[in-house]
Design a protein around this ligand. Structure first.
Ligand code: PEP
Length: 254
């Protein structure tokens, strides 16, 4: 059975004080459920502190982005070696905000993916269509091209043990959520695309849904055959809500 992953993308939110409160809530309620990985992705400057505060709680830590270069004159960037140094196990790559606000292309995201694999940090590759692309009937084509750029760069074997997050851009931070059927359709298409290259990798790869997932809609989304967890923004900043989603993820495996 594939791993179920509930990942919180805190984006550029929080202070030491608010993060400490959030972690107190999370660690008080976090359960070690077989096959379910709970992951938090704080702003990079807090990763070290978050690791320390989490202690032995069953919660993994990831970064929200990384530079594809190993080191050098790249002001403001963080390298994979730095993330390794902090004990980061995962890194979100190609989030739609990175693509739209910071000009990250499919090719750059594929470079980052290759570098993360090389470093042994699990890439969480974000893909998704804009509203205009969905309305133009281009969803599968756009998402397929985003996935293909990574396969072209690392080969299908490079996707073993990786994670993909399908995040329709129009659903991120908007309160609009893809219906379970809309999400399942795209997840199944991604898995089919992977299977055309390698059926075993396609079957074992976890594909998360992201886009206004919350305590109220998580169970229905997670019940879909090809939805193996969630990448959660806003709702990951509230301990109770995030823990409810984690509980729904554990239930979805029963
Ligand atoms: C995200 O940032 O990846 C995300 C899905 O955000 P939200 O849950 O707030 O839509």
């Amino acid at each position: 059975m594939r791993k179920t992953i509930v990942a919180g993308n805190w984006k550029m939110n929080g202070t030491s004080e608010s993060i400490r409160d959030l972690l107190a809530g999370l660690t008080a309620g976090a359960k070690d459920s077989a096959g379910v990985i709970t992951l938090v992705c704080p702003p990079a400057v807090y990763i070290s502190q978050v690791k320390q505060w989490l202690g032995s709680a069953p919660i993994s830590v990831g970064a929200q982005n990384v530079c594809e270069q190993p080191k050098g004159a790249f002001t403001g960037e963080n390298s994979l070696a730095m993330l390794q140094d902090l004990g980061c196990e995962y890194v979100i790559l190609g989030h739609s905000e990175r693509r739209s606000l910071f000009g990250e292309t499919d090719l750059l995201v594929a470079e980052k993916f290759a570098a993360a694999k090389e470093a042994g940090i699990v890439p969480v590759l974000c893909v998704g269509e804009t509203l205009g692309q969905r309305e133009a009937g281009q969803t599968i084509e756009v998402v397929g091209a985003q996935v293909a750029a990574v396969i072209d760069r690392v080969g299908i074997n490079g996707l073993s043990d990786a994670v993909i997050a399908y995040e329709p851009v129009w659903a991120i931070g908007t309160g609009l959520t893809a219906t379970p059927e809309q999400a399942q359709e795209v997840h199944a298409a991604i898995r089919k695309q992977l299977a055309q290259n390698d059926e075993v990798i396609a079957e074992q790869l976890s594909i998360l849904y992201g886009g206004s997932m919350n305590a109220g809609n998580a169970a229905e989304l997670l019940a879909q055959t090809d939805i193996d967890g969630g990448l959660i923004g806003g709702a990951s900043l509230k301990a109770d809500e995030f823990l409810t989603i984690c509980a729904a993820a554990a239930d979805s495996r029963k």
